[in-house]
Design a protein around this ligand. Structure first.
Ligand code: SF4
Ligand code: SF4
Length: 278
């Protein structure tokens, strides 16, 4: 009797993994390096997601659309303006990472001056340089689903953001100030105990309050927290001896174009308080 023909068992098809893309605009690449630095976690992540476009890691790319795009850097050229719209159109979710992408970065110092003066001072032939007069965050140009602050971003927070988007939930990122992290790690307040100026009360948590742990004031690299009380902090900075120029400078760093830091010096000057050390 002939053996019955066996019917082939269908091979289960695994569901397609979500596609991740990582994009660079005007930036130093530090936030992309934070992702590469995750090493062990990246290996498990690679089992869950398809890293489809990440030029810092591989020249092999896959065309979009992408489920999640991470965008580093600010918009500083006409080409950037065009490209960020293309990135947005190709991305189901778009998360900006770092001070450049969320607040214009250190390069946004040009927003307070004439970019032509910088070009003339730095380049032998400024005519060869094509640039916009301003550096702007990504959210100025396209809709952003989440902003992860920091210069550079914190790896734990980055993994939380990626995991949250994979699980289709909101990232669990605290919006409190660096001061809360000082309290949690038991760091004595450098401003209260030693009179060291510190931007911790108005700066977004996320770094674990590293600088105060080494007896230094925070200089705000994580950008403004939600609803910062900058006028109150500026009054305290003035009490500690900072003159108007130095108050201005302390807010003019990596997150200078974030509205809360951009407008802060002006808010303080309305206090009417003066200091003998001015
Ligand atoms: S050291 Fe700075 S960040 Fe820490 S509690 Fe004092 S003011 Fe806040
Ligand atoms: S400057 Fe402030 S936010 Fe940045 S690492 Fe230091 S304590 Fe953290």
């Amino acid at each position: 009797m002939p053996m019955p023909m066996s019917t082939p068992t269908p091979t289960p098809t695994s569901p397609a993994r979500p596609r991740l893309a990582v994009w660079k605009f005007a930036s130093c690449d530090g936030c992309q390096l934070t992702l590469l630095d995750c090493e062990d976690e990246l290996l498990s992540l690679a089992g869950e997601i398809d890293v489809s476009y990440f030029l810092e890691a591989s020249s092999a790319t896959v065309d979009g659309p992408y489920d999640l795009s991470l965008v580093e850097g600010s918009v500083t050229t006409e080409q950037d303006v065009e490209r960020i719209h293309q990135v947005r159109a190709a991305s189901r979710r778009l998360v900006t990472i770092g001070a450049c992408a969320t607040a214009g970065g250190i390069q946004a110092l040009r927003n307070f001056a004439d970019v032509g003066d910088f070009l003339a001072a730095v380049y032998a032939t400024p005519a060869y340089v094509s640039t916009l007069a301003t550096s702007t965050p990504i959210s100025t140009h396209v809709r952003v689903d989440f902003e992860l602050q920091g210069c550079p971003i914190n790896p734990r927070q980055l993994l939380e953001v990626i995991s949250a988007f994979l699980a289709r939930r909101r990232p669990n990122i605290s919006s409190s100030a660096v001061c809360t992290e000082c309290k949690r790690r038991g760091t004595v307040c450098v401003m209260v105990a030693h009179g060291t100026p510190c931007l911790g009360p108005v700066t977004h948590a996320g770094c674990g309050a590293i600088c105060p742990a080494y007896h230094r004031g925070c200089y705000g690299c994580f950008g403004p927290m939600e609803s910062p009380n900058t006028p109150a902090l500026i009054r305290q900075l003035r009490v500690l001896g900072m003159n108007e120029d130095n108050v201005d400078r302390v807010f003019r760093t990596f997150n200078t174009a974030a509205p809360a830091f951009r407008d802060a010096p002006g808010e303080g000057s309305g206090s009417g308080e003066t200091d003998a050390r001015d």
